[in-house]
Design a protein around this ligand. Structure first.
Ligand SMILES: [Zn+2]
Length: 134
């Protein structure tokens, strides 16, 4: 398996289309901050919101994320590194003034889209202010 953030997974597509139906506009598979090596699944630039749709296995969801029985220590270490990287990315993004939302692939896509819409509303109050560097 290459990489652990594969593009256009089914849960991700479901969240994107639910968000589109709510009238949300966003970019997909983009680095919120160009010099941070971190690609978000949905990026809302004006609200400075980065959304990640995390796979239950790769990101160790509390309900479904369990390392496979074979090579358990290998997987445990690998998955732990993923969690650490997720946290680091979240911190780096927040340090640059971004809002971060992580969604599990098992979450209901419509409910997730509502949460996204709420955050976009909450953080878009400066929509009419001049923006620099975009
Ligand atoms: Zn899960």
């Amino acid at each position: 398996m290459k990489g652990n953030r594969s593009r256009d997974t089914q849960p991700e597509v479901a969240v994107r289309s639910a968000a589109h139906r709510l009238g949300l506009r966003f970019r997909k598979h983009e680095r919120p901050v160009p010099d941070l090596r971190c690609t978000a699944d949905l990026v809302f630039r004006s609200a400075r919101l980065a959304v990640f749709v995390d796979g239950c296995f790769w990101h160790s969801c509390p309900d479904h994320g369990r390392p496979p029985r074979t090579n358990e220590s290998y997987w445990a270490a690998k998955l732990r590194r993923n969690i650490e990287r997720d946290r680091r990315n979240d911190e780096d993004l927040r340090a640059r003034g971004w809002n971060v939302l992580r969604i599990w692939e098992h979450d209901d896509p419509h409910h997730s889209a509502e949460r996204i819409a709420q955050l976009v509303r909450d953080h878009s109050c400066n929509e009419l202010a001049p923006r620099f560097g975009e």
